[in-house]
Design a protein around this ligand. Structure first.
Ligand code: ADP
Ligand code: ZN
Length: 435
């Protein structure tokens, strides 16, 4: 089902007209309402009237996460607090979190964006949707909640954690849609098996997974274990929370709500726009947001845009799965590699479980990389020869595919840390330099 056919199937020409009109409005709005934007425009001698066509967006200075932190908590809001009806914040692992505020209209827009991606994944009003994202300042829980309700699904606001209880709800309420991070979906399948229940015997049909990336290989693994279709969606606190984009059942990339969020891809170093089809950092502009509008927000997420037609009939531009964040790209002896690429290689081996951790270490002046991977069946650990051979094979495959030399350490099943939210795959131990 297409939630908003008029918008999601709009011709390119009409979409661009709509985007331009909305961009011009939001630029005037930001300039008038947010001193931060006025100062940025004035510094480069730019006036709202200078935005005459879509490509003039390149004249607008970027906004970064640091800008939001500097304006903590509310200085980038464009409306008085009495018009803000809800606030959220990103996790803020380093320093102050980023705080965002929604007006009543913003909550409507957010719900619409999430309803579209849920419908695209095949969810209908007949479904029972269990939200295993945290409710609280994190945008994941409430975002999916509002969108699924707008679609008319029955929402179970289970929130994150308490896996046995999650499984009890899934069994007793006949949950058909699971909302979580992909790593949690995998973890939950393990717990389900440990409890002696076959995950495939439950009523689950669709996974709406987001908040972190997962490789195609991991997707297949999740689909196999649960017997479901695993769909991915994407978003971030600064733009709206979840709802920026999501996969349809054809899985040709995530359809972007382009009438709400204008996407660009830039080269992170030169900061210049790249043409459609080239890989780079995604920059997003909110076209209708009232509470805290974002002009050219640098997401740091690396992706590729695709405007080829999709069989589902939606005409919106799609984005490839995120390759990684520009700041989590690893540089190992001069070779650039994203953790997601390592995951893809690991997932090709069937004797290992889809749980791994990447340790970055320094050895003298050299950075080295060690990958801990769980074996699927602990018996292999008793056979030194077999273990050594498997480690060698994985190391060889990583070297062939990614041109990096990694030390592989196979570990007992279920010994690496599991999380209920976003997984932490990379542990950087390099600050303890040993020279
Ligand atoms: P934080 O920066 O604190 O993690 P958010 O919770 O807003 O804040 O997370 C947004 C980020 O999560 C995105 O910028 C992106 O890096 C990541 N993310 C969200 N969805 C996906 C996805 N489907 N694939 C890869 N990364 C994702
Ligand atoms: Zn599609």
């Amino acid at each position: 089902m297409i939630f908003n056919k008029e918008i999601e199937c709009m011709s390119r020409k009409n979409m661009e007209q709509l985007q331009l009109k909305r961009l011009q409005n939001i630029v005037y709005y930001c300039y008038e309402k947010v001193p931060f934007y006025k100062a940025k425009f004035d510094a480069v001698n730019l006036k709202p009237k200078d935005i005459k066509e879509l490509k003039d967006i390149e004249k607008i200075p970027f906004t970064t996460k640091e800008d939001l932190r500097d304006n903590y908590p509310f200085d980038m809001f464009a409306v008085p607090m009495k018009e803000i009806v809800e606030t959220h914040a990103s996790s803020g692992t380093t320093g102050k979190p980023v705080v965002v505020g929604y007006t009543k209209n913003d909550l409507e827009t957010w719900s619409e964006a999430v309803a579209r991606l849920a419908a695209a994944a095949g969810v209908t009003s007949e479904d029972v949707a269990q939200v295993a994202f945290g409710y609280g300042m994190f945008t994941g829980g409430f975002g999916l909640h509002y969108g699924l309700q707008k679609l008319g699904a029955t929402v179970i606001p289970a929130s994150a954690g308490n896996s046995e209880r999650q499984l009890m709800y899934m069994q007793d309420f006949k949950t058909t849609v699971l909302i979580s991070t992909p790593s949690y979906a995998l973890y939950l399948s393990e717990i389900c098996e440990d409890m002696g229940i076959d995950p495939k015997s439950l009523s689950l049909k669709i996974g709406l997974f987001g908040g972190e990336g997962h490789s195609d290989e991991l997707t297949k693994e999740v689909e196999k274990r649960w017997g479901i279709i695993d769909t991915e969606n994407y978003g971030m606190t600064e733009i709206t929370g979840p709802g920026v984009s999501g996969e349809c059942t054809h899985k040709t990339g995530m359809h972007i709500c382009e009438d709400l969020f204008y996407p660009e891809i830039i080269d992170s170093t030169t900061e210049k726009q790249l043409p459609i089809g080239e890989k780079g950092e995604m920059v997003l502009t909110t076209l209708v947001k009232e509470g805290i509008p974002m002009l050219r927000f640098r997401t740091k997420d690396i992706t590729i845009l695709d405007d080829k037609p999709c069989q589902c009939g939606r005409t919106s531009i799609r984005m490839h799965k995120i390759f990684g964040r520009s700041d989590d790209m690893l540089i190992i002896k001069g070779v650039n590699v994203f953790p997601s690429q390592i995951e893809s290689v690991l997932m090709k081996f069937d004797k290992i479980a889809p749980h791994y951790q990447i340790l970055l270490k320094s050895h003298g002046f050299m950075d080295t990389i060690e990958v801990l991977v769980e074996v699927e069946n602990g018996d292999i650990l008793d056979s030194y020869r077999k273990l050594e051979q498997l480690e060698k094979d994985i190391r060889h495959e990583i070297r062939t595919v990614l041109q990096i030399d990694a030390t592989i350490k196979l570990v007992e099943p279920k010994t690496l840390e599991r999380t209920e939210g976003k997984s932490k795959r990379v542990v950087d131990m390099r600050n303890k330099k040993q020279y």
